[in-house]
Write a protein that binds this ligand. Structure first.
Ligand code: ADP
Ligand code: MG
Length: 196
């Protein structure tokens, strides 16, 4: 039997739900236990810092930006704990990479958005949740009504699936307030149509 026992943990939820905060908390505790920890994020996510993973309440931890998930197999070596933030931006191959790392005996903690701005499952997250031993869904606070929020509502008009942004582009909303916002968006005249 493999002497080192690996597993996969997923931390998911909407924007501002505390995914990065929770990832940093778990990784810091592993460091306190003197475990070897490596943290990765997709190279395209450089919103706050090139190298750090930073939460909305300004906690941060040093990370390695990588263009493709496979790089983790080389860089994580024989780490005890491997953390991944913004996992939704990697492609499906992240799932197999996480499984391989866990099979090698690493504890893999993956944080990412479970849904995109349309409320649809995001990238490799659904498959990761399926293969994980532990799944934690964290929640934000709805900026409209104060209820628990699971949706990331895009305030801007962009239709691109990937739009890096902050409070100027997205807000956390509960289901009814998300649906209200989507209805309003769909009934608003587009800027092109409004000109005529
Ligand atoms: P995530 O990684 O899920 O986007 P972070 O861990 O970066 O979230 O940030 C969580 C922090 O965001 C909270 O502790 C809080 O300080 C802040 N925050 C800002 N807006 C909200 C909101 N609408 N609901 C909850 N937390 C919010
Ligand atoms: Mg985050």
């Amino acid at each position: 039997m493999n002497a080192r026992r690996g597993w996969i943990e997923v931390v998911c939820g909407s924007m501002f739900s505390g995914k990065t905060e929770e990832l940093i908390r778990r990784l810091n505790r592993a460091k306190i236990a003197r475990q070897r920890v490596e943290i990765f994020k997709p190279a395209l996510d450089t919103r706050y810092h090139e190298l750090d993973v930073v939460s909305h309440n300004a906690n941060s931890i040093r990370s390695t930006p990588i263009p493709i998930a496979q790089e983790m197999l080389l860089l994580a070596g024989s780490c005890d704990v491997v953390g991944v933030d913004e996992a939704q931006f990697f492609d499906e191959s992240l799932v197999d990479v996480c499984v391989q790392l866990a099979n090698r005996g690493s504890r893999v903690i993956v944080a990412g958005l479970d849904m995109d701005f349309l409320g649809k499952p995001f990238g490799p997250m659904p498959a990761l949740m399926a293969v994980a031993e532990y799944v934690t869904k964290v929640h934000a606070v709805c900026v409209c009504c104060g209820e628990i929020a699971s949706y990331s509502f895009r305030i801007t008009a962009s239709e691109s699936k990937i739009l890096l942004g902050e409070t100027d582009s997205y807000e956390a909303r509960c289901r009814p307030c998300f649906l209200d916002g989507m209805r309003e968006k769909n009934t608003e005249p587009t800027s092109a149509a409004a000109k005529h």
